[in-house]
Design a protein around this ligand. Structure first.
Ligand code: RIB
Ligand code: CA
Length: 314
């Protein structure tokens, strides 16, 4: 099977962590590198979390720390959702690798330059690193196969009524990405709020009993704490949809749309606006994922977690 070469860029974050567990378990992907971005927590905390996730899943690839703050605005963190560490809950191993001395943007450029085929970036946090990379290395755009990102929403926001968290943290970076011409798969809230893992599904994962599955179930326990109080029927594992879009597109539905990012405005900064009626006459710049087969999605996660019970997943 021809593997898709990917770079994982995230702000772990419980759902980023589950997305990386999923990506690492799939034979369809070849993870070339991982990078951290500031979002759910400070860059120091998301970096430490990323390295511990990599140790847990025995993922030994080049890693570089992301930029310390968004391109323009101030950092926004989410301790209410992910805890003070950004990945509260189960105990995790200490990092097994040392970050490179270069930054995330330089590592993304190095990996893409050295790859003998175009590389896919799976972005599950604010687009700060990806936006900076596109600004600094525009000549490498043709060597990016696509950006599969979790972020935005064409119907609602979740951090403000208009804006989803990842886009709101760095709208300027998101604007660069959506204007870049690089193919985008946008897994926004339209689909991720349907990507719910129910408590009974947590138990199906926990009973797999391998160390990774147990941690995933405990991440879900913690992550659901916040959402349960808001009346959610399950934990919306937002970021895993950006991976699913590459390895199981058959369980998703989408629309090709022209999407713009609002970078100003008293109420709408960070909003992703889709031209659904085509009034602007612009070519679509994003495949916007709108639907998901939830049960199939849960089965994908369970299969991924079960793979860690076999020898080949460390
Ligand atoms: O809005 C959900 C997104 O914000 C997810 O990526 C979550 O990890 C947080 O980063
Ligand atoms: Ca995230």
């Amino acid at each position: 099977m021809k593997q898709i070469p990917v770079i994982l860029d995230g702000d772990p974050g419980h759902d980023d962590a589950i997305a990386w567990v999923l990506a690492n378990s799939s034979p369809k992907l070849k993870i070339l590198a991982c990078t951290s971005v500031c979002g759910n927590q400070t860059i120091e905390k998301t970096t430490y979390n990323a390295l511990r996730i990599m140790a847990l899943i025995n993922l030994k690839v080049p890693f570089a720390m992301g930029r310390p703050r968004p391109l323009v605005g101030d950092p926004i963190v989410a301790p209410n959702v992910h805890g003070q560490t950004g990945l509260d809950g189960p105990k995790l191993p200490e990092p097994a690798i040392v970050p490179l001395s270069i930054g995330s943007v330089e590592l993304i450029a190095k990996i893409i330059e050295e790859s003998d085929e175009p590389v896919t970036i799976i972005s599950t946090g604010p687009l700060t690193n990806v936006g900076a990379f596109l600004l600094l290395y525009p000549h490498l755009k043709p060597r990016i196969a696509r950006i599969s990102m979790m972020g935005g929403g064409i119907s609602t926001g979740n951090w403000t009524p208009a804006a989803e968290f990842n886009i709101l943290v760095d709208p300027e970076a998101a604007d660069i990405v959506f204007r870049s011409g690089v193919p985008i798969i946008m897994s926004g809230l339209d689909v991720t709020l349907k990507a719910l893992v129910f408590p009974e599904d947590f138990e199906r994962i926990r009973t797999l009993k391998n160390p990774v599955a147990i941690v995933v179930a405990e991440w879900l326990d913690f992550f659901y704490n916040f959402h349960r109080k808001l009346g959610y029927a399950g934990a919306p594992v937002h970021d895993a949809v950006a991976v699913t879009a590459l390895i199981h597109p058959e369980i998703l539905s989408s629309k090709d749309l022209f999407v713009q990012v609002e970078t100003t405005g008293d109420y709408c900064r960070g909003m992703t606006i889709a031209d659904r009626l085509g009034v602007l006459g612009q070519r679509a710049n994003a495949k916007v994922i709108t639907g998901i087969n939830r049960k199939a999605f849960v089965d994908v996660l369970i299969k991924a977690a079960s793979n860690y019970g076999k020898d080949n997943n460390g």
